[in-house]
Design a protein around this ligand. Sequence first.
Ligand code: N01
Length: 545
Amino acid sequence: MSQAQEESVASNLVSHTEYDAVVVGAGFAGMYMLHRLREKGLSARVFETGEGVGGTWYWNRYPGARVDSPSMQYSLSFSSEMEQEWKWSEFYSPQADLEKYANHVADRFDLRRDIQFGTRVVGASFDDDTKRWLIETDRGDSVSAKYFITAAGCLSATNVPNFKGIESFEGQWYHTSRWPAEGVDLTGKRVGIIGTGSTGIQAIPVLAEQSEHLHVFQRTPNYSLPSNNTKMDPAFEQEWKQTYPQHRQAARESAVGVEIPAFSDRSALDATEEERQAAFEGAWGNYAALLATFNDITTNPEANEFVAEFVRNKIRQTVKNPEVAELLAPKGYPIGTKRICIDSGYFETYNRDNVTLVDVKTNPIEEITPTGLRTTADSYDLDVLVFATGFDAMTGPLFRMGIVGKDGLSLQDKWDAGPRTYLGISTVGFPNMFMITGPGSPSVLSNMTTSIEQHVDWIIDTITYLKKNGLENIEPMAEAEDQWVEHVNEVANLTLYPRANSWYLGANIPGKPRVFMPYVGGVGNYRKKCDEVVANNYEGFELTG
Ligand code: N01
């Protein structure tokens, strides 16, 4: 933090105790929410655990961290001036650029004076008498707010598996999303990494370059495509900036919040082998295009298997050792049902002499030892252990806030069998609480910045409506929530998604209910539904006061 930022934080320790709104999190969602609340003349306080803005891009500083949506689209659209002025240096931005951009947003809109950094919300309860939310932090703040708005991200609650012996490890260990800002010097170090999801796949090539030897402990291989990342092409940037409104509109109406190629109207089963190979080769490097090559890749296991095998063959062509290649080739779940990764030289990394792949599916990790790690087959001496083991996604960040609604009902108890929301933005029993990109909304299946802006705008329009009409409270009705939950499940079951043990289903966290959490019905359709609800006088909500 700069001196100016530190002074701003110091002068902003809570001096008020009553706000119109309290927002949790100062990533893109929390910052844009604050900006819009202020525009409407509402008082707001943002609490942020980190010492700076950026959310995901503040925390995830691991080597190789990079966004997998194109930079021109993974950005905020609400200010056309900012859109025109800001310059992205690469097609897919690295973490440092995104954190810089987040700081620019905070400075440009003078947001820091209403953000309290280094402060975790540890309790938020609805007071049945005053109809206000009481929010408590780990720094002893106790404030009240009419509206309680969560902007804590879907992937912010880290998951470090409960490995036996972890406390005995005499080296250093890090979770990728808590990587030290000053970096870690891995020169001459024997490094082990557990996890080969999007994070592991990005980190592994860089860790291999930096360390003496890298052991990769892989349980489930992932489908990954080369990102073909490049420096930003000035002509491409120019074209986008000249036509930004049209591009943004297309993203808002799209399936996933970024412009993607239209789905083919043909089944993969109707094509010849040559036609399929040509289509897959043409889409190689663009996972959305790959899934759109035929109209049944995401819904028909047979069609999906054609693409899956195409990707496996790419891995077999890249990795020189056939046994290692076979271990890296994903099998047993359809492509696209776990987040497809994009990488920079991931599979090529296994051709290096200083990289060893260890199959911990066949020989699971038994324990972490003082000197490394032991599987059922072997022991490994390590100086540094990296956990790329993901997150308690979507519900984890909300549960960790200790949210309690009407009649003392905690969110955790209410969602004991899985999240239940109306539109992924609200839940019965928790009046005037809004969840930005909550479970039951497109969120993690979409370009986050597109979905964040849609939710924030909807929340602001709703608060404005309530005020204009002299209304105090908004809460969904049980029937509307039941129907929405049913619909979210119904559309997920039309796809192949439920066939993988993914974090979308909570399958990565022992004991978490197996429920498909995000809404797969598409960003454009979802937006229409939210707008219809408003047009029909907040259909499905009870407005009182
Ligand atoms: O986490 P993950 P992530 N023993 O849960 C393994 C976004 N993201 O941080 O699959 C051994 O996907 C686990 O194995 P398995 C993106 O949405 C985006 O990588 O459970 N292994 C898996 O390999 C992404 O999907 C970007 O068998 C264990 C890994 O740890 C999401 O974040 C970049 C284990 C966890 O993979 C999460 O990705 C990075 C155990 N006990 C992330 N427990 C971009 O924008 C877990 N694992 C590019």
